[in-house]
Write a protein that binds this ligand. Structure first.
Ligand code: FAD
Length: 378
């Protein structure tokens, strides 16, 4: 006879584990299933940015909730997750960028009350003494920051398990069975899990999982890369981005710099020339990211790169997730499609999906994230 579970979570990335933690904390019998392992995909590959600034307005309330939860996460999960709340600087190099950035921060301040402002070159120099002369100013959000994604994900997983959740790795979900349109069980390559509630937190596998219940939405994997340098004495603690979005990153608490970015090459490589989605990363891309970083931080030229890696972003057509219950399929909840910025909002995702499961009003309105925003779901 199949074991019965209150909830089956597909995917042991940061979002699946954060959801499991929130459900286990509320007394639900939960199992997390992953075809590989904890942190096997995007949650083990990302740049660690915890950012509210420059978020899509639909996602900003989630990002603001998440920042408030990150402040006490170490205490809550009994694990230092290397959370540093030292602000985010989004650097501008032209007067056109400055004009657009001033307008963007004004809107985020007025519409959402976010503590963000434009800082000109003089104030910027007081915040960060290492910038090249061509940087004219930046947006500055003092409550943004960064954290260690592996420590955070494992901390959620460990705490969920301490609270009674089960984690089963190396097990692939192949089917979700419905009865009269309602979730009844989850089938893997090993076992059948009887449940009335399945949560799709499968990252880039999320579209295939949605297809198992007859849903579809436009989501594609997009390849992106990260590099880490050798350690250096502390230089600056802010998370860095640019108005041109040509790179992002920060100096970790260990002294290494983690820099990530696209150079435009990856999409071309992704489109079939090198064997689909299972490619390694490419040395040309790391070199290009380094050249860009040095245009903004010329003093880092002596640092050696010690490791590079790539990962796939679960990119939805409008770049915000598909999040929440789907009324057409009772018992199915979506938590996928985080489109390259789903680490920073994971604590909030865990909280609001937990609230939705328990029939409470989520702290953040989930209506902008419905599966049917692209058209009928079936
Ligand atoms: C290089 C890179 C840099 C990034 N930088 C940042 C950043 O700085 N800040 C930020 O906020 N975000 C960043 N992101 C995005 C962030 O990493 C993701 O949005 C987030 O980790 C998604 O977490 P997740 O739990 O939803 O999915 P994932 O971590 O991808 O986990 C999904 C899991 O589901 C499992 N799975 C899939 N299908 C099945 C199946 N059928 N059966 C069983 N298991 C299955 C997979 O094995 C996987 O472990 C970055 C992403 C990349 C790739």
């Amino acid at each position: 006879m199949a074991t019965s579970w209150d909830a089956v979570i597909i995917g042991a990335g940061v979002n699946g584990c954060a959801i499991a933690y929130n459900l286990a904390k509320r007394g639900l019998r939960v199992v997390i299933l992953d075809k590989t392992d904890v942190c096997a995909q995007a949650s083990g590959q990302n740049g660690g940015g915890v950012r509210q600034s420059a978020r899509d307005p639909r996602e900003l309330p989630l990002a603001m909730l998440s920042v408030s939860l990150f402040s006490s996460l170490a205490e809550e999960l009994d694990q230092d997750v290397e959370y540093v709340q030292a602000g985010n600087l989004r650097l501008c190099t032209t007067s056109e960028q400055e004009t657009a950035m001033r307008a963007a921060v004004a809107q985020q301040r007025v519409d959402f009350g976010l503590d963000v402002r434009y800082v000109d070159r003089g104030e910027l120099e007081a915040l960060n003494q290492h910038l090249a002369e061509w940087v004219v100013g930046a947006s500055y959000c003092p409550t943004d920051g960064h954290a260690n994604p592996l420590l955070t994900t494992y901390a959620f997983a460990r705490k969920a398990c301490e609270l009674g959740a089960e984690l089963r790795t190396g097990e692939t979900v192949t089917r979700i069975r419905l009865s009269r349109g309602t979730v009844r069980s989850v089938v893997t390559d090993r076992e059948v899990y009887s449940t009335g509630l399945v949560i799709n937190a499968a990252g880039i596998g999320g579209r295939a999982v949605a297809n198992m219940v007859g849903l579809d939405f436009p989501m594609t994997p997009v390849f992106t890369e990260v590099l880490v340098t050798e350690a250096r004495e502390p230089m600056f603690a802010q998370m860095i981005g640019t108005a041109s979005s040509d790179f992002y990153g920060h100096q970790t608490t260990h002294g290494s710099f983690v820099w990530g970015g696209f150079v435009g090459y990856e999409t071309f490589l992704h489109d079939g020339h090198h064997g689909g989605t299972q490619r390694p990363n490419y040395p040309e891309v790391a070199s290009a990211i380094c050249r860009t970083v040095l245009r903004y931080f010329p003093g880092l030229g002596e640092l050696n790169v010690i490791r590079t890696w790539g990962g796939l972003i679960a990119q939805v057509a409008d770049k915000v997730p598909v999040l929440g219950p789907v009324p057409e399929v009772p018992g199915y909840i979506s938590a996928t499609g985080f489109s390259g910025h789903g680490f920073g909002i994971a604590p909030a995702v865990g909280r609001v999906i937990g609230q939705a499961v328990l029939g409470e009003t989520p702290d953040v309105d989930l209506s902008p994230f419905t599966a049917d925003r692209f058209g009928p779901v079936h």
